[in-house]
Ligand binder design. Sequence first.
Ligand SMILES: Nc1ncnc2c1ncn2[C@@H]1O[C@H](COP(=O)(O)OP(=O)(O)OP(=O)(O)O)[C@@H](O)[C@H]1O
Length: 262
Amino acid sequence: MSTAVEFIHVSKRFEDAASDAVEDVSFSIEEGELVTILGTSGCGKTTLLRMVNSLIRPSAGSIKVFDKDISSTYPVELRRQIGYVIQQIGLFPHMTVRHNIATVPKILGWSKDKIDARVDELLEMVNLAPDEFRDRYPSQLSGGQQQRIGLARALAADPKLMLLDEPFGAIDAINRTVLQDELINIHQKSRKTFLFVTHDILEALKLGTRVMVMDKGSIRQFDTPSEILKNPADDYVKQLMDSFRQGFAFALERGMGPGEQR
Ligand SMILES: Nc1ncnc2c1ncn2[C@@H]1O[C@H](COP(=O)(O)OP(=O)(O)OP(=O)(O)O)[C@@H](O)[C@H]1O
């Protein structure tokens, strides 16, 4: 298996900042992994993710995507291999679902038949009936449906690497669970590489084949969910996992009775 993303001593300091947003980070991600990047607000998750598709340039170190140093790749060419999904979705409001999904295939010069077939295939993949949704405008969709279209659009040209930045952050718990399950399905079927930023511990542990725990610009632990739960690398990770367990136990306990009578 080959390497999809590699960071070698990468740091990023924004102009006028007192410290690095990402500090001397090194890791590699193999093709086909679904890596979740977990950490509290401001720890550098988004900065790290946006360095992969060169929306942010590192201040030091080097980054390889599919074994090629991205500093010697044109950003447009780099981004052609990478799907990008963000919380604010960014669908084009004046375009139908079909045209939103077809944006990149059109730029790539696909034929109309190929695009039509791909749009329907993707709508089915994200569980939206093509006949019902193909010609709708974003304003005629719920937030969860819009997020599904955002995912379909990012998958349209079949990129080998997908970057997702809190894509389900604004979605209610039930739809969020459904979307998480769909993402697991898409990952299992496609075997693409996914990097998924979240501050939700359950989401990170549920989705990730490996979880990267970040704090203050550094990686505290990068391992499988079970290893992180069983063998936290340091006090920070341990506290994070303990808070998750306590929250879970408390919710279960309340659901069982006494709390409900309060
Ligand atoms: N364009 C910028 N200019 C200056 N500082 C920035 C810029 N973008 C991010 N930062 C700072 O870098 C640090 C890391 O930000 P980043 O957005 O990567 O965090 P995050 O972990 O994704 O947070 P959140 O979960 O709240 O989105 C923060 O202190 C932030 O204020």
